[in-house]
Design a protein around this ligand. Structure first.
Ligand code: FAD
Length: 453
């Protein structure tokens, strides 16, 4: 019998979106080979560089990704940036199809006066810093020079940040948080963290598990205007009673936390939109933040924050903005700047409503930068199913003229990192971790990672 040539797919990005699409496709269309690229020598995207160090159970998905990578039909090429080392056009010359799953590598900005003052950082930088992302390891924040931090945003990432800032340092020592972050956090004087949102308590986007954990932090008192919270919850019963997760979340918020022996606190603050970062008189340093006070308008399930024209200022020395990530376009691929994603139908990339042969997307780049790993998985499976349908229906794919991208990499002196190489890097991280009594100590710069090989 004649063996037909395998379907050859390039995947750009090794986060959950890339891995789960690969997982499903290898199962549903066995005659497939996959080359997966990542700009970093180390895989797993935000599972490694986003998920909080004190949530190790969330990172168990890495073992699923390991199993995918062990498959003979799969190859990892880390340390290769698509759009820089290799262009989309070149990928199109080398593969039958391309899956773009490179996530969201920038931040949304507040767009206010003083945003570039020393002491203001994005969630992405701060989280990347404590998690050892090579781009953020040199972050500087005046944590030893103030007792108050403001976190702008009310999602799970905002709570991750508040929790890391307020957790007892000995609790963090047992996690895979980087040593340099531990060192800086151990000198931190932050005692009060304000988690600020522009709308009300019913509109927060964190979830019950994270809120419960926040309320239970030892030595940390919860503060909020409880009368306002109760009033909003009472007025929104029509939507809360129909939504079980929201109902659970609201009852946690309403309950607050018992009064503790606490010298630290976190505050949930509502109806505040930052309008200006206030600076010290003689220095480019944060002194506080100025808000416009909002009121809520519109139907219960679509509450909007509307400015009242009244303002309020608050003193703080650090401001961390957790208002969302942002995907960036890549040359040669359509991009919807308004929605911040690649236009697609069930994962197939479309341009002016026309499907592009052999071009697919999944994950945050496909949906916009929201959703947890499980929703990213569901979404990746949808894209894999679209690819399989196209293959079954004999839809046209790309028309490659070459079949080994490694030639091009060699020509350009790009040292790609295989999954076996990554496992060596990881083994070295486990070794360093063992000596420090933690699960792993991450390498936080690319030279150190490559030096292991
Ligand atoms: P990513 O995970 O971002 O992966 C994208 C990959 O593409 C990266 O490895 C990147 O290096 C690579 N890349 C980018 N550009 C290029 C390029 N040009 N060439 C090659 N490679 C490139 N979900 C949970 O379920 N639980 C949690 O506790 C949790 N915590 C989170 C904490 C934070 C701070 C954040 C931001 C998210 C968290 N999430 C959590 C959500 C989860 O991380 C995402 O749903 C998921 O990672 C999205 O997957 P993705 O593959 O689309 O993107």
């Amino acid at each position: 019998t004649k063996v037909s040539a395998p379907f050859r797919l390039a995947i750009v990005g090794s986060g959950p979106a890339g891995f789960y699409t690969a997982h499903r496709l290898l199962k549903e269309w066995p005659n497939t080979t996959i080359d997966m690229f990542d700009s970093l020598p180390v895989p797993h995207g935000l599972v490694r560089f986003g998920v909080a160090p004190d949530h190790p159970e969330v990172k168990n998905v890495m073992s699923t990704f390991d199993r995918v990578a062990e498959d003979d039909r799969f190859r990892f090429l880390g340390n290769v940036t698509i759009g820089k080392n290799i262009s989309i056009k070149e990928l199109q010359n080398n593969f039958d199809a391309i899956l773009l799953s490179y996530g969201a590598s920038e931040d949304r900005k507040m767009g206010i006066l003083g945003e570039d003052t020393y002491g203001v950082e994005s969630a992405r930088s701060f989280v990347g810093w404590y998690n050892g992302h090579p781009n953020y390891r040199n972050l500087q924040l005046p944590l030893d020079d103030t007792d108050t931090a403001v976190v702008v945003g009310q999602g799970n990432v905002a709570l991750d940040i508040a929790r890391i800032l307020l957790s007892p340092i000995d609790q963090l020592r047992k996690t895979d948080i980087t040593e340099y972050a531990l060192e800086t956090l151990s000198k931190s004087r932050i005692k009060h963290v304000h988690v600020v949102g522009r709308r009300g308590p019913v509109q927060v986007s964190f979830t019950s598990k994270e809120l419960r954990e926040q309320m239970a932090l030892p030595g940390v008192q919860f503060n909020a205007d409880m009368d306002y919270i109760k009033k909003e919850i009472a007025e929104s019963q029509a939507i809360i009673s129909k939504n079980r997760p929201l109902k659970r979340l609201m009852s946690l918020l309403e309950k607050g936390s018992p009064t503790k022996q606490a010298d630290k606190s976190w505050t949930a603050q509502f109806l505040r939109s930052p309008v200006e970062v206030l600076k010290r008189a003689d220095e480019n340093r944060v002194k506080g933040i100025k808000y416009e006070i909002n009121r809520l308008e519109g139907p219960l399930d679509q509450r909007k924050a509307v400015g009242t024209g009244e303002h309020e200022s608050q003193e703080c020395g650090v401001i961390l903005t957790s208002i969302g990530y942002k995907s960036v376009p890549i040359e040669g691929i359509p991009f919807d700047t308004r929605q911040g994603r690649v236009p697609n139908k069930f994962g197939k990339i479309v341009q002016d409503d026309k499907e592009l042969d052999g071009m697919y997307t999944s994950g945050w780049l496909k949906r916009g930068p929201t959703g947890v790993i499980v929703s990213t998985m569901t979404d990746a499976y949808e894209t894999a199913d679209t690819i399989v349908d196209d293959l079954k229906n004999g839809k046209p794919m790309l028309k490659p003229t070459h079949d080994d991208i490694t030639e091009l990499l060699r020509e350009r002196h790009v040292q790609s990192v295989s999954y076996k190489d990554w496992k060596k890097i990881e083994a070295a991280e486990f070794d360093m971790g063992k000596k420090l009594g933690k699960p792993r100590e991450k390498f936080s710069n690319v030279q150190d990672m490559l030096a292991v090989l």
